[in-house]
Structures are given as structure tokens and as C-alpha cells.
Ligand binder design. Sequence first.
Ligand code: NI
Length: 183
Amino acid sequence: MAILKVARLGHPVLREISRPISRDDLLSDEVQRFIDDLVETMREYNGAGLAAPQVHRPIRVCLIEVDGNARYPEFPQIPLTALVNPEITFLADEVIRVWEGCLSVPDLRGLVPRRSKIRVTGMDRHGEDIDFVAEGVFAAIVQHECDHLDGKLFVDRVEDTSTFSLIQEFQRFRADEPRVVTD
Ligand code: NI
């Protein structure tokens, strides 16, 4: 397996609309190896998720995993979830605000409003249909990763730009604030 290079803010690949991938292509050895590398890369850099365009490959594949994450110690555990050609339907008007970061925007945090409850459909990495409901932080991370597939970054979603904070200052000045804010 290989650790892939992560594109950073300003690289045009992060602004592309990623293309869907067919079940046949997904099941090819080459794409399965790529997904293994994507998992390895997410874990290497302590991402709570990672999307294929972030490693310079604009296909509609993304991952989510939270397992005692050093960058997000406050997040709940989320088992490794691979989403292929995901589609999101909002199930609630309720919004939560989550302090987000991104491996493509190193060291930055910002408070992002996300829908609190969503339905997710698409395929898993083995080409099986998936259809599940996600809530809270899990829903927020799915929305963050799916945004990557449409060329959107969390910095575009921050409503109150005064919340932008570098990670060291975030830990210094906002250590006592809840990481997920419900209205
Ligand atoms: Ni990201």
C-alpha cells in the first residue's frame, strides 16, 4: 500500500466536479488498490475522512472513519465507511454547527453549519448498494466528504468567518467550547 500525496487549498483538483465510477471500474484491481491507498493515507494523516479528489483523483469515492482520532478527540467512534457515487437527502431542517478541519486546508478550523440528519445512498467499495440514515457528527462528516466530490471545501461553508482559527490558537482559546453546537 502507498501513502498518497494530499492536494492543498488552491490546487484546482479540489474544485473539480468528480465523475461517477461504474460498478465494473470500482471492482477492478486497480481501483480497489487505490481505495486501500486512500484508507492508508487517511489513517496516516489522522483524517476523519478523505475524498478521492484530495489525492488528485477526481472520482466519486470518499471515506469516513473516526477511531480515537488525534485531530478530533471529541468525535464519536465511526467505523470505516466507504461511499461510492453517494447521494444525500436532507431529512431534517435542524442544523448543527461543527468545528471542522480538512487535510487539504492544514491547521485551520472553522465552525460549519450542517444538516443534523441525512439519508445516504450509493454503493460501498464492493459495489453493493447502500442506504442508511446518518445523524449528528457522522452526518456532518458525510456532508463534508461529499462536498469534496462537488469541488466544495468547508471554508466555503463557514458562515461566520470570525470563527476561523489556526489549530494551536483553537486549542489555546477555544479548548472549553463544545465541538458540536446544537441550536
Ligand atoms: Ni476535507
